[in-house]
Design a protein around this ligand. Structure first.
Ligand code: PGA
Length: 239
């Protein structure tokens, strides 16, 4: 099964999610090779539950607090995500690292909180332009910690220079980085993210050590997401 995670980021609306779901649900029922998870902004999680419950589409969030319910104004706990049926949560995305200074133990603790509530963390790592594999190694170790408590969580390799730029990493780079992550983090499926589209997804999902994709820009409207899903399904079928 190939994971296709839609990361809506800070985009969407009630009407956009309704229209999206009305297109997605009938399509997904015909695609046996992909598992879709739609990660929406917090205000739309309940609507996602209404639209996706019982359909085979999963829904998730883009951040979670490492803290338990209590006096933490503006934060959203893993218990709340569980309460609205979220199955996955993106943790440590580079945009959160950039905008909110998230890193290290904070990312690890968020993932632990999610896991403790039965929610699968999607731990994001990625290097900036000019940085080397050592950055990835450090981020993976920081995110996973030493105790194996996050076994089974998903990883996502998203080079910063490929996010939202149209400059997808080439197959050799993706294969090298994924082999590296698989080596230092065995038992964690690794997704690729960074300008994934209908045109390149078929090649990417068939690369070694790639278990799926995390899709930003192309995931917000069915005009771009439907062809992407079809291409991924077809590529896996012929693999
Ligand atoms: P993009 O975003 O597909 O728009 O490059 C991917 C991501 O940031 O998860």
């Amino acid at each position: 099964m190939t994971w296709i995670i839609a990361n809506w980021k800070m985009q969407g609306s009630v009407s956009a999610l309704r229209a999206f779901a009305e297109g997605l649900v009938p399509l997904v029922s015909t695609l046996s090779r992909v598992q879709v998870v739609v990660c929406v902004p917090f205000p739309y999680l309940l609507l996602a539950r209404d639209m996706f419950q019982g359909t085979g589409v999963f829904w998730g969030a883009q951040d979670v607090s490492p803290l338990s319910n209590g006096p933490h104004t503006g934060d959203v706990s893993a218990a709340m995500l569980q309460d609205v049926g979220a199955t996955h949560v993106i943790v440590g995305h580079s945009e959160r690292r950039r905008d909110h200074g998230e890193r290290g133990a904070w990312v690890h603790d968020k993932a632990l909180a999610a896991k403790a509530h039965g929610i699968v963390p999607i731990l994001c790592v990625g290097e900036a332009e000019g940085q080397t594999q050592r950055v990835i190694t450090r981020q993976v170790h920081e995110a996973l910690g030493e105790d194996g408590a996050l076994a089974g969580s998903l990883m996502a390799y998203e080079p910063l220079w490929a996010i939202g730029t149209g400059k997808t990493a080439d197959g050799a780079t993706i294969a090298t980085m994924h082999r590296h992550i698989a080596h230092i983090a065995p038992h964690h499926p690794v997704l690729y993210g960074g300008s994934v589209t209908a045109d390149n997804v078929g090649t990417i999902v068939n690369l070694p050590h790639v278990s799926g994709v995390l899709v930003g820009g192309a995931s917000v409207r069915m005009e771009t997401f439907a062809p992407l899903l079809l291409a991924a399904h077809k590529a896996r079928e012929s693999a």
